[in-house]
Ligand binder design. Sequence first.
Ligand code: ADP
Ligand code: MG
Length: 316
Amino acid sequence: MAEHVIQIENLVKRYKELVALDHLNLTVEEGEVFGLLGPNGSGKTTVISCILALLQFDKGSVRVFGKEMQPDSYDIKRQIGVVLQNVAVFEELTVQENIDYFCGLYIKDKRERKQCVEEAVHFSGLEDFRKFYPKKLSGGLLRRLNIACGIAHKPKLIILDEPTVAVDPQSRNRILEGIQKLNQEGATIIYTSHYMEEVEQICTRIAILDKGRCVATGTKEELKAMIKTGEKIHLEIWELKPEHLEELRRLRHVYQVDYREGMLEIRCSGGKHNLVHILDYLARQEISFGRVYSELPTLNDVFLEITGKELRDSAD
Ligand code: ADP
Ligand code: MG
């Protein structure tokens, strides 16, 4: 059997009395785009720091490419590319010089390095900014530089910690497409985010983190199949009586009905033709309605059902 790229067992990390990682288990296989999805403070950055042996942990084990990770595991570290949450580049070096510096930590051969830097510049779309200093770059371009510095040496494993926070949509798309491209070229990716849409878009497997624990793992389809909600139906209705809500609640597959500010939200557990049955009921009662739409469950619904909380914080 092929070895795991990463194997984390019973990992515990405390910051004084705060338990940041609480017996966390995770396995990442070669070729995956593995998503760590969780709200702010759920422990994503702490896991990454433990994987990289940047942080000492209290209990458990972290194996990377089949070997126990240590602060001096340089042979392993050489094969890892890291893009940390806080942008880490040199203010006194230009875009091109920054990429060349980081690439030079791994690749000594000048010609090979030049080639790698060139590819990273193109990969990040920084051709027009080679001579710029970091402080002249927009937030999105700075993030792209941060990524270019982390991946120029063509690592087998790439770890990106929230690389799209506070980035404009154009840079965000470019970053997400770039990550998929790196994966197609053979890299295994670990991607952390608190944006469920991004994780759904690019990750082949996802671990949902809450309070330092992994509460569910699977493909997005598997995660959504774990919960009761199969379909959410929204209807704009100006007036509804309590007895109507009662009767709607009794329709087949319907298990939750909420009516707030003229919007009716009905949650159904699987089943087909839910919308037809609901509209049929409204027609019989001569209740008029406006906009109608049906939604499949999101990863937020998964998070909500498992933890009882919303994934997003109100700041987003
Ligand atoms: P995330 O990356 O998911 O936002 P973190 O791993 O940064 O979460 O944080 C997990 C928990 O650990 C949070 O409650 C955070 O406040 C706490 N924490 C993180 N770093 C430190 C630190 N250096 N000292 C004390 N507490 C910390
Ligand atoms: Mg973080």
